[in-house]
Write a protein that binds this ligand. Structure first.
Ligand code: LMR
Length: 394
């Protein structure tokens, strides 16, 4: 039967990871997959994570199963971190998932279960795996315009115009902060306008937030999500701990569902637990336990927040350095948007040919749509990169 299988389309981001690894050039620069790297090019284990793991190892007496929804210390800690007091706690259902991707997949499945005809509106562009998962699940995708290639900012009028075409029962996928791949984000006035539109048209928002703390700060990055959650009757939120806790391989994420009132919460919770059971039974626990240990201990939490802030500021500084260097080399403000974008990514806005030339001639790896991972640079490589961008014809 295996002969019936067809080659699956390669994931562009993961393909790039392999190409980079296979490139023997020493000067190569990896701006591909969204993984934080420090100035030495290392993805470190955060101090608080190391300390939490030690505590867990010393205290843990069993490896028996947790519940289908995961450990409540984790889900409660994450709800507080993301939503604070913005919505009543007894309206929120939450399950631990296998990373943020697991939460996204579960959220899409829940939407399909509730309304098999639901269409899901996604920003154009979005994270390629959103599209791949939706296609796999057979859910109709409706793109909404999001990015203005001229200004490299959000094309908000176009976004709203497109979402006016959504019908009651459709869902709208939004990036909570640090839009992937563009780096261009909504401001709070725009978030409010989106909330109004969702209410007017009877649409279900699903927010994917994978970079809380990487943009303007932990609280600031949650503001759009909190505003939507507080403004609409129902909302889904998929969140990842991969980046802000740096625990990529532990696969730690959460899906939250907010109901209009507390009466529905138990049913939603039960359904999400069942979806976990059908997919993989129990969600992974180690990463979730690291996160809850950190969030529930004042010292570890403070240290984690301090290190996360260092990470955030280092990316902001790199953005500024690259924008400055490109201004110096080109004598123009064409690349000033790099300093204004937030999060791990910016879309440089150059052609696929230039992206290709950057890779083959200069050993600079970025995704084909010219998405670059800001954390893939350091102060030493910024001038080399800027020169390559200019020389490649950008
Ligand atoms: C990315 O967009 O590079 C990250 O979210 C990693 C991934 O799984 O694609």
């Amino acid at each position: 039967m295996f002969e019936t299988l067809k080659q699956q389309p390669a994931d562009k981001i993961l393909q790039l990871m392999l190409m980079y690894a296979a490139d023997p050039r020493e000067q190569k620069i990896d701006l591909g997959v969204g993984v934080y790297k420090n100035a030495d090019g290392i993805t470190p284990v955060m101090r608080a994570v190391k300390a939490a793991e030690k505590r867990i190892w010393e205290a843990e007496t069993t490896k028996t199963y947790t519940g289908l929804t995961g450990d409540s210390a984790f889900t409660n800690g994450m709800i507080s971190l993301l939503l604070d007091e913005s919505v009543a706690r007894d309206t929120i259902a939450a399950v631990a998932t296998t990373g943020g991707t697991g939460a996204v997949r579960l959220g899409f499945e829940l939407i399909r279960m509730m309304n098999p005809k639901a269409r899901i509106w996604v920003s154009d562009p979005t994270w390629p795996n959103h599209i791949a998962i939706l296609n796999y699940l057979g859910i109709e995708i409706k793109p909404y315009r999001y990015f203005n290639a001229e200004t490299r900012g959000v094309d908000f009028d176009a976004m709203i115009a497109d979402l006016q075409g959504a019908e009651p029962g459709d869902a709208v996928l939004l990036h909570g902060c640090c839009h992937n791949p563009t780096g261009a984000n909504l401001n709070l006035v725009q978030w409010q306008a989106v909330a109004d539109l969702l209410n007017d048209r009877g649409l279900l928002p699903m927010i994917d937030i994978a970079y809380q703390g990487f943009g303007d700060g932990l609280e600031e990055d949650a503001a759009g999500t909190r505003l939507i959650a507080a403004s609409v009757p129902e909302c889904l939120i998929a969140s990842s701990c991969s980046k802000n806790f740096g625990i990529y391989r532990e696969r730690t994420g959460i899906l939250m569902a907010i109901s209009a009132d507390s009466g529905r919460q138990a049913l939603v919770q039960d359904t999400m637990a069942t979806l976990n059971r059908l997919a993989y039974s129990f969600p992974p626990d180690h990463g979730a336990r690291i996160v809850s240990t950190i969030l529930n201990d004042p010292d570890l939490r403070a240290d984690w927040m301090a290190e996360l802030e260092e990470v955030r500021l280092s990316m902001l500084s790199l953005r500024q350095q690259l924008a400055d260097e490109l201004r110096r080399l080109t004598g123009s403000d064409r690349f000033a948007f790099l300093a204004g974008h937030r999060g791990m990514f910016s879309r440089l806005g150059v052609s696929p040919e230039i992206v290709e030339r950057l890779r083959t001639d200069y050993g600079v790896y970025m995704v084909g749509d010219s998405r670059m991972n800001i954390a893939g640079m350091n102060s030493k490589t910024v001038p080399i990169l800027a020169q390559a961008i200019v020389d490649a014809g950008a």
